[in-house]
Design a protein around this ligand. Structure first.
Ligand SMILES: NC(=O)c1ccc[n+]([C@@H]2O[C@H](COP(=O)([O-])OP(=O)(O)OC[C@H]3O[C@@H](n4cnc5c(N)ncnc54)[C@H](OP(=O)(O)O)[C@@H]3O)[C@@H](O)[C@H]2O)c1
Length: 237
């Protein structure tokens, strides 16, 4: 059983909910988060630049002043066609970068400073994407750029603070069976797309949660800086 306290962003549904449930099952305390108010989570809309700070402070308060692990999972996957108006395309870019990268960076900074101030160890788990390395569709420049940025940030954190016991791990899932993947598969030919996955199916949220729980609670410190793929061998690097 774990005595850790873990903040999981974007844990109202999908991969984040599976991660929160799996970590709770290990006995750790989990603080859940979503964009809208709800009974069992902290609400913070990450399109608002002030939201990560509010989320971090509310989470710390709810946890009694100590958070041991941050899981940066919240994310948006929304098409941004080149044919959109200039301003609509830029707005789409800014929203995705803010939610998927900037908010994760703000929360990571609060977490690192929290652990430094306490002289305590800490862990960050970033849920990035296969798109970080492979790129994505023409409607998703912003998503791939944000997830690629997340990996570069993750490696920088891992290298910068390992000596202080602050560790960073990243997971790069391929298609995973959530609403996010359903929308994508539906618009891009479903079964044809599965043919590109040697495993013959998309990942399950439970599989990604198993990896995230390992990174959050069990991974040996020497693994800091690692990026773990989970894509059914659809992108082997
Ligand atoms: N599914 C895939 O195929 C796949 C593949 C690779 C990587 N990923 C990554 O895995 C992570 C989870 O994806 P998922 O498939 O589980 O997505 P999902 O089912 O769409 O859930 C997204 C989560 O992020 C939260 N979120 C979205 N926009 C937000 C905002 N503006 N402010 C605060 N929270 C917000 C949602 O909260 P609400 O419920 O309040 O909206 C929800 O909890 C994402 O980072 C995604 O990029 C997913």
């Amino acid at each position: 059983m774990s005595d850790q306290t873990v903040l999981v962003t974007g844990s109202t549904r999908g991969i984040g909910a599976a991660i929160a449930t799996a970590i709770e099952a290990r006995g750790a305390g989990v603080l859940r988060h979503g964009s809208r108010p709800g009974a069992d989570h902290i609400a913070a809309d990450l399109t608002d630049p002030g939201a990560p700070q509010m989320l971090w402070e509310q989470a710390l308060d709810a946890a009694g002043g100590t958070i041991d692990v941050l899981v940066n999972n919240a994310g948006l996957f929304q098409a941004n066609p080149l044919e959109s108006s200039d301003i609509a395309w830029l707005d789409g870019w800014e929203d995705t970068l803010r939610i998927n990268l900037t908010a994760a960076a703000q929360l990571s900074r609060f977490a690192v400073r929290h652990w430094q101030a306490r002289g305590a160890p800490g862990r960050i788990v970033h849920v990035a994407s296969r798109a970080s390395y492979r790129g994505d569709s023409p409607d998703h420049w912003h998503y791939a750029a944000a997830k690629g940025g997340m990996i570069a940030m993750h490696k920088t954190i891992a290298r910068g603070y390992a000596a202080q016991g602050i560790l960073s791990f990243a997971i790069t899932p391929g298609f995973t069976d959530t609403a996010m993947a359903d929308d994508y598969l539906a618009t891009r030919g479903g079964p044809g797309l599965l043919a590109d996955i040697p495993l013959g199916r998309v990942a399950t949220p439970g599989e990604i949660a198993t990896i995230a729980t390992f990174c959050a609670l069990d991974a040996p410190p020497s693994m800091t800086g690692a990026v773990i793929d989970a894509n059914g061998a659809s992108y082997v690097r």
